[in-house]
Design a protein around this ligand. Structure first.
Ligand code: SF4
Length: 352
């Protein structure tokens, strides 16, 4: 087991974890809320370090990232556990799992990087469960990845302390932050968490300006689908982060503790996209449904089609030196080299 960072000893053999805003005080022999940080005799250990539950290759558009290395494959890993308690979790088989040797794979940071290189993936994603809880492992993978010219991506709820954020994100090139709703009531009742720390994370990432990030809002029928809430969220994004942070509205499917709710229809996602674009957000997408235009990138100034996508597949990138070829407007897309796009390689692979 690898000793964790971000903790202090308190009374007796207890420890206080400062990695996420839960600030768990953990007794000797116990784990925190996330199940993967364990106190043994007054020392906090990361059970997840080197022990992923899932190792896959995905298109980067699945994360979702639409403006970062479009059309490339990304090696994606996740472990057991999570620091949120979302009732709609779509990966609950791992996020609610307690660490178990039988299910975990032994993958050192060096092996993760070697695997990405062998498979021609220009980047590595920390994803599926929330990588904040295994930050030490993610940071060590990121250091090894950067030594080989690979990029790193956090796919996260953004539930991290102000103290840990700069240390972790110094190692991250890009992120997708789940903004799960826009009311404290939704966060408290449906995610067992709070909204404010997530908004702080978004503002801090914007102020730092060193990690490219996009936002995902999973729309769940009856719980967070009010257009007024989406309008308020869009306005907050515009006022605090500016118009160029891409916003993805994705569809819920019945899962975990919300089996009684219906799938999200494409219409509400399209409406949400229009509401956000009306509010002034330049790049809005819909995900997990078939859509005519909602996967594409258009120039916000002249509406030229710049990137044509279907679901997670990129068919065409139409930029000239990072700008719209029609009007010259600069488009914030970190383009991949054509050789990285692996057009003939399978975009989805399960490696474990
Ligand atoms: S990272 Fe885990 S142990 Fe630490 S405060 Fe958050 S939930 Fe608790």
């Amino acid at each position: 087991m690898v000793e964790a960072q971000f903790y202090t000893r308190t009374s007796g053999n207890k420890v206080l974890c400062h990695l996420c805003p839960r600030y768990c005080e953990i007794g000797d022999g116990q784990t925190g809320f996330c199940f993967v940080r364990k106190n043994e005799g007054g020392t906090l250990y990361s059970l997840a370090y080197g022990n992923p539950y899932a190792v896959h290759i995905d298109p980067i558009e699945k994360k979702p990232l639409s403006h970062y290395l479009p059309g490339t494959r990304i090696l994606s890993i996740g472990t057991a556990g999570c620091n949120l308690g979302c009732k709609f979790c779509q990966n609950w088989d791992i996020s609610k799992a307690k660490y178990d040797h039988e299910r975990a794979y032994s993958f050192t940071p060096e092996i993760v990087v070697e695997t990405a290189l062998e498979r021609g993936c220009p980047s590595i994603a920390f994803t599926y469960n929330d990588p904040v809880i295994w930050a030490e492992y993610a940071m060590d993978i990121a250091k090894a990845a950067h030594a080989h010219g690979l990029k790193t991506v956090m796919v996260t709820a953004g539930y991290i302390t102000e103290e840990a954020l700069p240390i972790v994100y110094d190692h991250m090139d890009a992120a997708n932050i789940d903004l799960k709703g826009f009311t404290e009531n939704f966060y408290r009742k449906t995610c067992l968490a709070h909204l404010e720390p997530v908004l702080k994370t978004l503002k801090t990432l914007k102020q730092r300006g060193t990690t490219w990030f996009e936002i995902t809002n999973l729309i769940i029928p009856t719980l967070n689908d009010a257009l007024e809430e989406i309008r308020e969220m869009s306005k907050w994004i515009l006022d605090n982060l500016g118009p160029d942070v891409p916003l993805h509205f994705t569809a819920f499917h019945p899962d975990f503790k919300l089996m009684h709710l219906p799938h999200t229809g494409g219409d509400i996602l399209e409406e949400a996209r229009l509401v956000a674009m009306d509010a002034g957000i330049h790049y809005c997408y819909v995900g997990n449904v078939h859509t005519k235009e909602g996967n594409n990138t258009y120039c916000p100034k002249c509406r030229t089609l710049l990137v044509r996508r279907t679901w997670h597949a990129v068919h065409e990138i139409n930029l000239e030196d990072g700008c719209c070829p029609t009007c010259g407007h600069h488009i914030p897309i970190f383009e991949s080299a054509p050789a990285q796009r692996n057009a003939n390689a399978p975009m989805y692979e399960v490696l474990n």
